[in-house]
Write a protein that binds this ligand. Structure first.
Ligand SMILES: [Zn+2]
Ligand SMILES: [Zn+2]
Length: 382
Protein backbone atom coordinates (compact mmCIF):
# COMPACT_ATOMS: atom_id res chain seq x y z
CA UNK A 1 0.00 0.00 0.00
CA UNK A 2 0.97 3.66 -0.22
CA UNK A 3 1.66 5.38 3.08
CA UNK A 4 3.21 8.50 4.49
CA UNK A 5 6.48 7.61 6.23
CA UNK A 6 8.76 9.62 8.51
CA UNK A 7 12.37 9.93 7.36
CA UNK A 8 13.66 12.43 9.93
CA UNK A 9 12.85 15.97 11.06
CA UNK A 10 11.11 17.98 8.31
CA UNK A 11 11.32 14.95 6.00
CA UNK A 12 8.28 12.86 5.21
CA UNK A 13 7.65 10.85 2.07
CA UNK A 14 5.06 8.63 0.47
CA UNK A 15 6.35 5.10 0.06
CA UNK A 16 5.24 1.58 -0.61
CA UNK A 17 4.75 -0.24 2.68
CA UNK A 18 3.33 -3.64 3.68
CA UNK A 19 -0.45 -3.50 3.94
CA UNK A 20 -1.31 -4.09 7.62
CA UNK A 21 -2.72 -7.50 8.52
CA UNK A 22 -4.93 -8.81 11.31
CA UNK A 23 -2.62 -9.51 14.26
CA UNK A 24 -5.19 -10.16 16.98
CA UNK A 25 -8.73 -11.64 16.85
CA UNK A 26 -10.25 -8.25 17.74
CA UNK A 27 -8.40 -6.25 15.07
CA UNK A 28 -9.91 -4.64 12.02
CA UNK A 29 -8.17 -3.38 8.91
CA UNK A 30 -9.68 -0.10 7.73
CA UNK A 31 -9.30 1.28 4.21
CA UNK A 32 -8.76 4.99 4.79
CA UNK A 33 -11.03 7.43 2.96
CA UNK A 34 -10.01 10.62 4.80
CA UNK A 35 -7.16 11.44 7.16
CA UNK A 36 -6.33 14.83 8.59
CA UNK A 37 -3.04 16.47 9.45
CA UNK A 38 -3.19 17.87 12.97
CA UNK A 39 -1.22 20.65 14.61
CA UNK A 40 0.17 18.04 16.97
CA UNK A 41 1.56 16.11 13.97
CA UNK A 42 3.95 19.03 13.63
CA UNK A 43 5.61 18.01 16.92
CA UNK A 44 6.48 14.74 15.18
CA UNK A 45 7.35 16.42 11.88
CA UNK A 46 9.75 18.78 13.66
CA UNK A 47 11.46 15.87 15.39
CA UNK A 48 10.37 17.00 18.85
CA UNK A 49 8.63 13.82 19.97
CA UNK A 50 10.93 11.17 21.49
CA UNK A 51 11.10 7.77 19.77
CA UNK A 52 9.60 8.84 16.46
CA UNK A 53 11.09 6.12 14.30
CA UNK A 54 12.15 6.30 10.67
CA UNK A 55 9.57 4.44 8.58
CA UNK A 56 6.72 5.20 10.99
CA UNK A 57 3.39 6.41 9.58
CA UNK A 58 1.64 9.39 11.21
CA UNK A 59 -2.07 10.11 11.32
CA UNK A 60 -4.28 9.91 14.42
CA UNK A 61 -7.29 11.47 12.68
CA UNK A 62 -8.86 9.17 10.10
CA UNK A 63 -12.04 7.54 8.89
CA UNK A 64 -12.60 4.79 6.37
CA UNK A 65 -14.34 1.64 5.35
CA UNK A 66 -13.84 -1.63 7.23
CA UNK A 67 -11.86 -3.89 4.91
CA UNK A 68 -11.32 -6.98 7.06
CA UNK A 69 -12.06 -8.03 10.64
CA UNK A 70 -10.54 -10.56 13.03
CA UNK A 71 -12.55 -13.63 14.09
CA UNK A 72 -13.83 -12.18 17.39
CA UNK A 73 -15.02 -8.81 16.03
CA UNK A 74 -18.81 -8.49 16.32
CA UNK A 75 -19.75 -4.82 16.13
CA UNK A 76 -18.29 -3.86 12.75
CA UNK A 77 -18.11 -5.75 9.46
CA UNK A 78 -16.45 -5.29 6.08
CA UNK A 79 -18.03 -2.44 4.18
CA UNK A 80 -19.02 -0.45 7.27
CA UNK A 81 -18.17 3.26 7.17
CA UNK A 82 -16.40 4.02 10.42
CA UNK A 83 -14.76 6.86 12.30
CA UNK A 84 -11.94 5.90 14.63
CA UNK A 85 -11.06 7.92 17.76
CA UNK A 86 -7.41 8.95 17.96
CA UNK A 87 -7.18 7.05 21.25
CA UNK A 88 -6.38 3.36 21.14
CA UNK A 89 -8.21 1.86 24.12
CA UNK A 90 -9.30 -1.52 25.43
CA UNK A 91 -12.71 -0.64 26.86
CA UNK A 92 -12.41 -2.83 29.94
CA UNK A 93 -9.54 -1.71 32.19
CA UNK A 94 -9.91 0.38 35.39
CA UNK A 95 -9.60 3.62 33.40
CA UNK A 96 -11.73 2.68 30.39
CA UNK A 97 -14.46 1.56 32.81
CA UNK A 98 -14.51 5.15 34.08
CA UNK A 99 -14.66 6.69 30.62
CA UNK A 100 -11.00 7.72 30.71
CA UNK A 101 -10.34 6.23 27.29
CA UNK A 102 -7.26 8.32 26.70
CA UNK A 103 -5.72 6.84 29.84
CA UNK A 104 -6.20 3.15 29.00
CA UNK A 105 -3.88 0.89 30.95
CA UNK A 106 -3.55 -1.86 28.36
CA UNK A 107 -2.46 -0.19 25.15
CA UNK A 108 0.91 1.32 25.99
CA UNK A 109 2.57 -0.90 28.59
CA UNK A 110 5.92 0.91 28.44
CA UNK A 111 4.47 4.25 29.44
CA UNK A 112 3.34 5.46 32.84
CA UNK A 113 1.56 8.58 31.63
CA UNK A 114 0.41 8.71 28.03
CA UNK A 115 -1.97 6.11 26.60
CA UNK A 116 -2.07 4.72 23.06
CA UNK A 117 -2.45 7.10 20.12
CA UNK A 118 -2.47 6.14 16.43
CA UNK A 119 0.43 7.49 14.43
CA UNK A 120 2.05 9.28 17.33
CA UNK A 121 5.49 7.67 17.80
CA UNK A 122 6.52 4.69 19.87
CA UNK A 123 6.24 6.88 22.95
CA UNK A 124 2.48 6.61 22.39
CA UNK A 125 2.46 2.89 21.71
CA UNK A 126 3.95 2.63 18.21
CA UNK A 127 0.63 2.25 16.37
CA UNK A 128 0.99 3.16 12.70
CA UNK A 129 -1.42 5.94 11.78
CA UNK A 130 -4.00 6.59 9.11
CA UNK A 131 -2.12 8.82 6.65
CA UNK A 132 -2.02 5.74 4.44
CA UNK A 133 -4.30 3.60 2.33
CA UNK A 134 -4.91 1.10 5.13
CA UNK A 135 -4.52 1.04 8.89
CA UNK A 136 -4.77 -1.65 11.56
CA UNK A 137 -7.34 -0.83 14.24
CA UNK A 138 -6.97 -2.87 17.46
CA UNK A 139 -9.98 -3.38 19.77
CA UNK A 140 -12.24 -2.96 16.77
CA UNK A 141 -15.35 -3.63 18.85
CA UNK A 142 -14.44 -0.78 21.19
CA UNK A 143 -13.09 2.31 19.41
CA UNK A 144 -14.63 2.67 15.95
CA UNK A 145 -18.11 4.11 15.54
CA UNK A 146 -20.44 3.80 12.56
CA UNK A 147 -20.70 7.08 10.67
CA UNK A 148 -24.35 8.14 10.34
CA UNK A 149 -25.49 8.25 6.72
CA UNK A 150 -26.28 11.95 6.91
CA UNK A 151 -22.73 12.87 7.97
CA UNK A 152 -20.18 13.86 5.28
CA UNK A 153 -16.68 12.39 5.28
CA UNK A 154 -15.09 15.80 5.87
CA UNK A 155 -17.28 16.33 8.93
CA UNK A 156 -16.75 12.80 10.23
CA UNK A 157 -12.95 12.98 10.14
CA UNK A 158 -13.09 16.03 12.40
CA UNK A 159 -14.95 13.93 14.96
CA UNK A 160 -11.84 11.77 15.47
CA UNK A 161 -9.98 14.53 17.34
CA UNK A 162 -10.34 18.25 16.59
CA UNK A 163 -14.01 18.83 17.42
CA UNK A 164 -14.21 16.48 20.44
CA UNK A 165 -10.98 17.93 21.81
CA UNK A 166 -12.16 21.52 21.43
CA UNK A 167 -15.50 20.72 23.03
CA UNK A 168 -13.73 18.84 25.81
CA UNK A 169 -11.53 21.88 26.40
CA UNK A 170 -14.63 23.97 27.02
CA UNK A 171 -16.13 21.25 29.24
CA UNK A 172 -12.98 21.10 31.37
CA UNK A 173 -13.28 24.85 31.90
CA UNK A 174 -16.47 24.30 33.96
CA UNK A 175 -17.91 27.40 32.34
CA UNK A 176 -20.88 28.97 34.13
CA UNK A 177 -23.29 31.50 32.70
CA UNK A 178 -21.70 34.82 31.90
CA UNK A 179 -18.10 33.69 32.23
CA UNK A 180 -15.34 35.44 30.33
CA UNK A 181 -13.48 32.72 28.44
CA UNK A 182 -10.10 33.24 26.80
CA UNK A 183 -8.90 30.65 24.29
CA UNK A 184 -5.21 30.51 23.37
CA UNK A 185 -4.79 29.18 19.84
CA UNK A 186 -7.03 29.70 16.79
CA UNK A 187 -6.29 26.37 15.15
CA UNK A 188 -9.16 23.92 14.69
CA UNK A 189 -9.18 22.86 18.37
CA UNK A 190 -9.19 26.46 19.59
CA UNK A 191 -11.92 27.42 17.12
CA UNK A 192 -14.09 24.53 18.26
CA UNK A 193 -13.36 25.27 21.92
CA UNK A 194 -14.39 28.91 21.41
CA UNK A 195 -17.61 27.95 19.69
CA UNK A 196 -18.35 25.33 22.36
CA UNK A 197 -17.83 27.91 25.12
CA UNK A 198 -20.96 29.78 23.95
CA UNK A 199 -22.96 26.56 24.19
CA UNK A 200 -21.91 26.26 27.81
CA UNK A 201 -23.03 29.76 28.71
CA UNK A 202 -19.99 31.97 28.20
CA UNK A 203 -20.75 35.69 28.25
CA UNK A 204 -17.61 36.68 26.34
CA UNK A 205 -15.18 34.61 24.30
CA UNK A 206 -11.77 36.02 23.36
CA UNK A 207 -9.42 34.08 21.06
CA UNK A 208 -5.68 34.80 21.06
CA UNK A 209 -3.31 33.91 18.21
CA UNK A 210 -0.76 35.65 15.99
CA UNK A 211 -1.98 34.60 12.54
CA UNK A 212 -4.45 37.14 11.14
CA UNK A 213 -6.22 34.68 8.85
CA UNK A 214 -6.91 32.41 11.81
CA UNK A 215 -8.16 35.32 13.92
CA UNK A 216 -10.48 36.23 11.03
CA UNK A 217 -11.80 32.68 11.22
CA UNK A 218 -12.26 32.98 14.99
CA UNK A 219 -14.46 36.05 14.51
CA UNK A 220 -16.44 34.53 11.66
CA UNK A 221 -16.74 30.89 12.77
CA UNK A 222 -16.66 31.22 16.56
CA UNK A 223 -18.13 34.75 16.87
CA UNK A 224 -15.28 35.57 19.23
CA UNK A 225 -13.42 38.76 20.03
CA UNK A 226 -9.80 38.37 18.97
CA UNK A 227 -6.39 39.46 20.15
CA UNK A 228 -3.24 39.22 18.04
CA UNK A 229 -0.47 38.69 20.56
CA UNK A 230 2.28 40.12 18.36
CA UNK A 231 0.44 43.46 18.33
CA UNK A 232 0.81 43.86 22.08
CA UNK A 233 4.06 44.14 23.99
CA UNK A 234 2.50 42.22 26.86
CA UNK A 235 -0.50 40.15 25.82
CA UNK A 236 -1.34 39.23 29.42
CA UNK A 237 -1.53 42.88 30.41
CA UNK A 238 -3.71 43.61 27.37
CA UNK A 239 -6.10 40.81 28.33
CA UNK A 240 -6.24 42.12 31.90
CA UNK A 241 -7.30 45.50 30.50
CA UNK A 242 -10.03 43.74 28.52
CA UNK A 243 -11.29 41.91 31.62
CA UNK A 244 -11.70 44.75 34.12
CA UNK A 245 -8.27 44.12 35.57
CA UNK A 246 -9.26 40.83 37.12
CA UNK A 247 -8.47 38.35 34.39
CA UNK A 248 -10.67 35.80 32.66
CA UNK A 249 -12.83 33.32 34.54
CA UNK A 250 -11.71 30.46 32.34
CA UNK A 251 -8.70 30.12 30.05
CA UNK A 252 -8.35 27.28 27.57
CA UNK A 253 -4.89 26.32 26.27
CA UNK A 254 -5.48 24.96 22.78
CA UNK A 255 -1.86 25.45 21.75
CA UNK A 256 0.22 23.00 23.78
CA UNK A 257 3.97 22.84 23.61
CA UNK A 258 5.11 25.12 20.82
CA UNK A 259 5.05 23.11 17.62
CA UNK A 260 6.84 25.81 15.68
CA UNK A 261 10.14 24.68 17.07
CA UNK A 262 12.26 27.73 17.64
CA UNK A 263 16.01 27.36 17.96
CA UNK A 264 16.07 27.07 21.73
CA UNK A 265 13.55 24.27 21.67
CA UNK A 266 15.49 22.43 19.02
CA UNK A 267 18.60 22.52 21.12
CA UNK A 268 16.87 21.52 24.32
CA UNK A 269 14.24 19.13 23.01
CA UNK A 270 15.81 17.37 20.10
CA UNK A 271 19.41 17.35 21.24
CA UNK A 272 19.49 17.42 25.03
CA UNK A 273 16.09 15.74 25.55
CA UNK A 274 15.37 18.07 28.45
CA UNK A 275 12.44 20.20 27.44
CA UNK A 276 9.44 18.86 25.57
CA UNK A 277 8.66 22.19 24.02
CA UNK A 278 7.99 25.57 25.45
CA UNK A 279 4.88 25.99 27.62
CA UNK A 280 4.48 29.65 26.61
CA UNK A 281 0.74 29.35 26.08
CA UNK A 282 0.19 27.56 29.38
CA UNK A 283 2.15 30.17 31.31
CA UNK A 284 0.19 32.92 29.60
CA UNK A 285 -2.98 31.04 30.55
CA UNK A 286 -1.93 30.91 34.20
CA UNK A 287 -1.18 34.64 34.08
CA UNK A 288 -4.40 35.54 32.23
CA UNK A 289 -6.94 33.71 34.36
CA UNK A 290 -8.31 35.47 37.43
CA UNK A 291 -7.55 34.26 40.96
CA UNK A 292 -9.67 31.21 41.71
CA UNK A 293 -10.29 30.65 38.00
CA UNK A 294 -9.89 27.55 35.88
CA UNK A 295 -7.27 26.72 33.29
CA UNK A 296 -8.20 23.95 30.88
CA UNK A 297 -5.40 22.34 28.89
CA UNK A 298 -6.13 20.37 25.74
CA UNK A 299 -3.11 21.45 23.70
CA UNK A 300 -0.62 18.63 23.28
CA UNK A 301 2.37 18.36 25.59
CA UNK A 302 5.04 15.71 25.20
CA UNK A 303 6.33 13.46 27.95
CA UNK A 304 9.31 15.65 28.77
CA UNK A 305 9.79 18.33 31.37
CA UNK A 306 8.01 21.65 30.88
CA UNK A 307 8.81 24.77 32.94
CA UNK A 308 5.31 25.70 34.14
CA UNK A 309 4.68 28.58 36.56
CA UNK A 310 3.27 26.27 39.16
CA UNK A 311 3.87 28.60 42.10
CA UNK A 312 1.69 31.28 40.51
CA UNK A 313 -1.02 28.71 39.85
CA UNK A 314 -0.90 27.62 43.49
CA UNK A 315 -0.90 31.10 44.95
CA UNK A 316 -3.78 32.22 42.71
CA UNK A 317 -5.86 29.27 43.84
CA UNK A 318 -6.37 28.02 40.32
CA UNK A 319 -8.06 24.88 39.17
CA UNK A 320 -6.02 23.20 36.45
CA UNK A 321 -7.87 20.61 34.40
CA UNK A 322 -6.42 18.66 31.50
CA UNK A 323 -6.31 15.42 29.59
CA UNK A 324 -6.10 13.98 26.15
CA UNK A 325 -9.70 13.95 25.02
CA UNK A 326 -11.59 10.66 25.50
CA UNK A 327 -13.03 11.06 22.01
CA UNK A 328 -15.70 8.40 21.94
CA UNK A 329 -17.38 9.76 25.08
CA UNK A 330 -18.07 13.01 23.21
CA UNK A 331 -19.72 11.58 20.14
CA UNK A 332 -23.38 11.25 21.16
CA UNK A 333 -23.67 14.89 22.22
CA UNK A 334 -21.61 16.24 19.33
CA UNK A 335 -23.61 14.31 16.75
CA UNK A 336 -26.71 15.99 18.19
CA UNK A 337 -25.13 19.42 17.88
CA UNK A 338 -24.09 18.71 14.29
CA UNK A 339 -27.48 17.37 13.37
CA UNK A 340 -29.14 20.41 14.92
CA UNK A 341 -26.93 22.63 12.79
CA UNK A 342 -24.92 24.19 15.60
CA UNK A 343 -21.65 22.77 14.29
CA UNK A 344 -20.55 22.22 10.71
CA UNK A 345 -17.13 20.73 11.53
CA UNK A 346 -15.81 20.95 7.98
CA UNK A 347 -16.13 24.75 8.11
CA UNK A 348 -12.53 24.73 9.34
CA UNK A 349 -11.23 22.58 6.45
CA UNK A 350 -9.12 24.63 4.07
CA UNK A 351 -7.28 22.05 1.93
CA UNK A 352 -7.69 18.58 0.43
CA UNK A 353 -4.33 16.96 -0.28
CA UNK A 354 -3.85 13.75 -2.26
CA UNK A 355 -1.84 11.28 -0.17
CA UNK A 356 0.87 11.36 -2.85
CA UNK A 357 1.41 15.07 -2.13
CA UNK A 358 1.58 14.80 1.63
CA UNK A 359 5.21 16.06 1.88
CA UNK A 360 4.07 19.35 0.32
CA UNK A 361 1.06 19.30 2.64
CA UNK A 362 3.25 19.04 5.72
CA UNK A 363 5.46 21.83 4.47
CA UNK A 364 2.49 24.08 3.79
CA UNK A 365 0.89 23.37 7.17
CA UNK A 366 4.15 23.72 9.09
CA UNK A 367 5.07 26.99 7.37
CA UNK A 368 1.45 28.24 7.67
CA UNK A 369 1.26 28.94 3.93
CA UNK A 370 -1.87 29.58 1.88
CA UNK A 371 -3.98 30.44 4.96
CA UNK A 372 -4.01 26.78 5.94
CA UNK A 373 -6.14 25.85 8.94
CA UNK A 374 -7.07 22.19 8.47
CA UNK A 375 -5.69 20.00 5.69
CA UNK A 376 -7.45 16.73 4.84
CA UNK A 377 -5.50 13.92 3.21
CA UNK A 378 -7.25 11.79 0.60
CA UNK A 379 -5.76 8.47 -0.57
CA UNK A 380 -6.12 7.95 -4.31
CA UNK A 381 -8.44 4.95 -3.92
CA UNK A 382 -10.78 6.83 -1.57
ZN1 LIG B 1 -5.12 15.70 16.22
ZN1 LIG C 1 -8.45 0.31 28.82
Amino acid sequence: MRAMVYRGPYRVRVEEKDTPAIEHPNDAIVRVTRAAICGSDLHLYHGMMPDTRVGFTFGHEFIGEVHEVGPSVQKVKPGDRVMVPFNVFCGTCFFCARGLYSNCQNVNPNATAVGGIYGYSHTCGGYDGGQAEYVRVPFADVGPGLIPEWLDDDDAVLLTDALPTGYFGAQLGDIVEGDVVVVYGAGPVGLFAARSAWLMGAGRVIVVDHLDYRLDKAREFAHAETVCFTEHGDVVLHLKHLTEGLGADVVIDAVGAEADGNLLQHVTAAKLKLQGGSPVALNWAIDTVRKGGTVSVVGAYGPLFSAVKFGDAMNKGLTLRMNQCPVKRQWPRLLEHIRNGYFKPSDVVTHHIPLEHIPEGYHMFSAKLDNCIKPIVVPSAA
